[in-house]
Design a binder for this molecule. Structure first.
Ligand code: FES
Ligand code: FES
Length: 194
């Protein structure tokens, strides 16, 4: 996954939040023609997560990860480093994988957010979840939700032509238990079975 510094993302998110959050006063324009934005306080947002709308009142600075875990109770998404380095917090937004600790919840109104809780369906586990079980792609399991979400996107993106390619495109997800060979085998199996 492309890496972006936390500071850059928070700055961009704060600016976007200030622009999109209502009610906001008309922003004055500086001599340079830039919008001078003012952050507002708690803002009502509606997030669509795993097909369900979740109305929340959030400070614009709340990350998507904290909104999921602390406000909405979806604790399957893990907080490892909280600084974009480990991938434990990976979720899908409109089908793209993102590190939810590096983005602000208010930025994603109107988007489809999928967490590990939304992968399985009534008729059983998602094929990537089954492949992780079949191949022992986990040990302690802490990184596993992020690994699985990332694997779903990796397969969708078509980055599974070889083990090397899988390793490269899964490299944003760290596993402190060192289960990498089994994780690669899991992704390979899931990709093979479509
Ligand atoms: Fe987000 Fe580590 S918790 S990358
Ligand atoms: Fe323990 Fe990956 S299974 S950190």
């Amino acid at each position: 996954m492309p890496e972006t510094s936390r500071r850059t993302v928070l700055k961009a998110g704060a600016a976007l939040a200030a622009v999109t959050a209502a009610p906001a006063p008309a922003a004055p324009v500086t001599a340079a023609g830039q919008m001078a934005v003012t952050l507002v306080g708690p803002t009502r947002v509606s997030l669509k997560i795993n097909g369900e709308a979740h109305a929340q009142v959030l400070e614009p600075r709340v990350t998507l990860l904290d909104a999921l875990r602390e406000r909405i109770g979806l604790t399957g998404t893990k907080k490892g480093c909280d600084r974009g380095e480990c991938g434990a917090c990976t979720v899908l937004v409109d089908g793209r994988r993102i590190k939810s600790c590096l983005t602000l919840a208010v930025m994603w109104q109107g988007s489809e957010i999928t967490t590990i809780e939304g992968l399985a369906h009534r008729d059983g586990l998602h094929p990537v979840q089954s492949a992780f079980i079949d191949n022992d792609g986990l040990q302690c399991g802490f990184c596993t939700p992020g690994q699985i979400m990332s694997a779903v996107a990796c397969i969708e993106e078509g980055h599974t032509g070889s083990d090397e390619e899988i390793r490269e495109w899964m490299s944003g997800n760290l596993c402190r238990c060192g289960c990498y060979p089994n994780i690669v085998a899991s992704v390979r199996q899931a990709a093979k079975h479509g």
